[in-house]
Design a protein around this ligand. Structure first.
Ligand code: ARG
Length: 386
């Protein structure tokens, strides 16, 4: 078949994808069913149908947007921290789509979420995709990302996860600090079809960071290790009632293992265990000494200790596992299913010590939800990423 103009549209990011009416109806009904105060659903359904017939899309009410964003969190099968899904603060910035304005509001998001260390779960929802008018995209995986630089020896300084983002920022004219370090903040990169892309540095005072120290090992405090306080995912697409919000950064607070057992430890991230093990004087000549495990525990103690000392909200995997089971019980009592992905829920340290390890979970995907956003310019469907 010859390429149709619809194909061309799709390649240009101007997807004319039809809205899924079943999904629209399911969402509007769910919103009313879970909020009986809203009264009968028929009126709202008729209104939405008329709007879609006239414009090809519809606009969520503020209440729908707030409910949809909170339920998207509730349905996030990989998240262990869902007990507080109702507390999510939803910032309605659907009228913002200019890249510079989006970036500036991402900075404001960080300030609101940081709250001097008493982290608040926040989502900022920017303009949705509309027929013929794709939404803005944030290219950063999270609002706070550390740069990665390739050395001449083939090694990497910084967070290896962000090599591609660092390259993109450099290609767009980003100037790294004169002395490059392992924890250089990358700028926000925001794009919107037909507008000048934005490259915006995060103001230092908008990014709270915690220097790592250890309760008993003073040398750990001298390594210059640090991590940022707010994990704010910014490249996932929020899907509510048939609408896509590709720019909708959201955050909770950290669980220590994310930093102490993954970010600072994965081979393609900071890969710190060999160094920590040696500095601890452990016998690293054989795996059987469990030197990795011992170094890992001390690194995780350092993370929890440092955040606590700094007055920054953080949780540990034991506490959070018990909370998650409380959440499951509550959801069950409310007559709802709660999908969960065992391989993401079980913490990467001491899995079997936590109650979440010892059971199976519902795995059906539910909507509203988050999914990985397709790259800009790709208006096609995107698979749920793994
Ligand atoms: N694991 C990611 C990180 O280490 C963050 C994912 C979301 N985590 C959260 N606690 N809300 O940065």
């Amino acid at each position: 078949m010859p390429p149709s103009s619809a194909d061309a549209d799709r390649r240009d990011g101007h997807s004319e994808r039809e809205i899924d009416l079943t999904e629209v109806d399911d969402f509007v009904r769910q919103h009313h069913a879970e909020n009986p105060d809203l009264g009968p659903v028929a009126g709202r359904l008729a209104e939405v149908h008329a709007e879609i017939a006239a414009t090809g899309t519809y606009r969520h009410t503020e209440a729908e947007l707030t409910f949809g964003a909170r339920v998207a969190w509730r349905n996030s099968a990989r998240c262990i921290g869902r007990l507080y899904w109702r507390s999510l603060k939803v910032r309605d910035l659907r009228d913002v789509s200019n890249p510079k304005a989006v970036a500036d509001e991402c900075v404001e998001h960080l300030r609101l979420a940081t709250n001097a260390g008493k982290i608040r779960p926040v989502i900022t929802v920017f303009a949705p995709d509309e027929p013929g008018n794709p939404a803005p995209r944030i290219r950063n995986e999270q609002l706070v990302r550390y740069a990665a630089y390739r050395g001449s020896d083939g090694g990497v300084m910084g967070d290896g996860r962000n090599l591609a983002l660092t390259d993109l920022a450099l290609a767009r004219g980003w100037q790294p600090p004169r002395t490059r370090g392992p924890f250089d903040l990358l700028p926000l990169v925001v794009e919107h079809a037909g507008e000048e892309p934005a490259l915006v540095e995060l103001p230092r005072d908008a990014v709270l960071e915690v220097p790592l120290t250890h309760p008993e090992l003073p040398w750990i405090g001298k390594l210059g290790l640090r991590w940022h306080a707010v994990p704010a995912i910014s490249n996932m697409l929020l899907r509510i009632g048939g609408l896509d919000y590709p720019a909708a950064p959201f955050n909770g607070w950290y669980m220590g293992t994310e930093i102490g057992a993954r970010n600072l430890v994965d081979h393609d991230r900071y890969d710190l265990l060999p160094y920590i093990g040696k500095r601890m004087g452990l016998d690293t000549s054989s795996e059987r000494t469990l030197w990795r495990d011992r170094a890992l525990i001390e690194l995780n103690r350092a993370v929890l200790h440092s955040f606590e000392q700094a007055g920054v909200t953080i949780t540990d995997h034991h506490t959070e596992s018990v909370r998650f089971l409380t959440h499951l019980e509550k959801e069950e009592a409310a007559g709802r299913r709660c999908p969960a992905d065992w391989s993401w829920i079980v913490p990467p340290v001491s899995g079997g010590l936590t109650p979440v390890y010892h059971r199976y979970y519902d795995t059906d995907e539910l909507l509203p939800n988050f999914r990985n956003a397709p790259p800009p310019g790709d208006g096609g469907t995107c698979p749920v990423a793994h």
